[in-house]
Design a protein around this ligand. Sequence first.
Ligand code: M6R
Length: 608
Amino acid sequence: MCGIVGYLGNRQATEVLVEGLSKLEYRGYDSAGVAINIGEELSVRKFKGRLQVLADDLTAKPINGGLGIGHTRWATHGEPSDVNSHPHFNKEKTIAVVHNGIIENYLELREELQKEGYVFLSQTDTEVVAHLVDKFYEGNLLEAVYKATEKLRGAYALGVVCKDNNNELVAVRKDSPLIVGVGEDENFIASDIPAILKYTRDVIFLENDEYVHMQGPKVTILDENKNVVEKKINEINWDIEAASKGGYDCFMTKEMYEQPKGVEDTLMRRLDEKGRIKLDDIKITKEDLEKINKVYIVACGTAYHAGLVGKYAIEKFAKIPVIADIASEFRYSDPFVDENTLIIIVSQSGETADTLAALRDAKAKGARVLSITNVVGSSIARESDDIFYTWAGPEIAVASTKAYTTQLTAFYMIALNLAMTKGSISDEEYFASIEELRKIPAQVEKVLECNELVGQIAEEIKEANDIFYLGRGVDYSLAMEGALKIKEISYVHAEAFAAGELKHGSIALIDKGTPVVAIATQGKLFEKMVSNMQEVRARGARVIAITQEGNTEVEKSADRVIYIPKVDDMFASITAVVPMQLLAYHASNIRGLDVDKPRNLAKSVTVE
Ligand code: M6R
């Protein structure tokens, strides 16, 4: 859950590294550092704080050199501090290492190395790697990295440089993302594509246990047995603009406003000329479906919330029982998974550690794995039997918005597709549903127009210490997403309740002025929701209702009403979530917080 970059070429490495790290700050931003080969030695600079602290220092005191590694950190082992920042190095500062992942056996290794006289400066797991490479280094860096990694257990993407050779960089990937950027007479390593897109569009995706050996302009990929592996060079066809703010005040705003396009791309690119859903990367046949007796949807955070909505869609259309579970719970429980189970894994990044582990457990039990992910070539995509790529484009803000709405779109499409394959839906319902889905991008566009109103509401409730979110059925899943959004970027305590459950205890929390966001998009549950609004209002709550146009009756029971356009109840989730995203954004902004980089968090959680 950190970002690493490495460069070998004719440019000033620091410029490339700082530029690359700026695109990876979403992965962690509590400290940053670089190590540059300056001829006879390595120059290491690393500081606690945002990348800007490092960038300012490098501007004031530049380091010259064309070989270097850089890191932006999300602390796991040891608090954010200068000393715990990467790169880490050996005693003589002749070998430097950047690392993303977790070395699980680092304590054991640390003890062994200490017995051999190695002295540790930091509390990190990574420092053992620097000392191990030192221990095995006899003039051949690649060999030393091979020997060091033999000792490691856990997940790592590593970049290693040595003072002895200013023309050599070694890297390796195991369960943490790493790509190689191939340029003209220059090469790059990075945790993610945006970091190198300014310089090259030619990218090699590494598999686990693949090693990168850069020597001058030459880059070789080797497997764990030191055999050279011929790798495909992929051309990246999306633009750096897609990963920049493009005039918006922050990535979250940009990404919220990209939702109409994201949903449209995700949907329209998969409709054939007859208007039917065509999912080329999902090969589940009618015979396969006959064997499948249950579906598990497994994910974390927002992706899990999308899965909760997916459960409703699959059960309604495809008539298969669905269990939605949190990946970190699923992997340590004893789920009923076998060869008759379909596992749907949801992950924007495609790299979330718990989700990936759940995928592997399920596969080991014989389940078929279908993944919904936004990142082409990610670990989750590569290890799945069937894939649905959301077309959200890169999502940078820690708070997930467009990934969520495109995941919902994916679920509706998968549910309809499974239903058609299985024969559990009539042609009429199938095409009518697709017709409804086609309307959604324009409707999301329309909902975004409530931004000003939501800004006013955020102002009205800015003193609140707690906000409650209520919903029934699929709206309860949305309530969970709304509460998560506000918690993570505004740091206001928020909780979601199934509205009918409130009177069984939690209603005691409602006090004079407590904001309650009540979501009422489901016709058959509408009256019940209105009663719940009255219940909390009678106890002093300030009710903010989200409902479909035409449900004006709600105005008697709410202080504020946000209307979303009328759509089939089943698909209202995609539009109804938008005001809650906007509310979280405004709440964060009003408090003067960093919307895109909330405290304690990182975008991609590649550690358990
Ligand atoms: O990359 P993933 O979709 O697997 O990430 C899962 C969660 O970490 C993520 O959705 C998280 O909850 C978001 N920050 C919420 O906005």
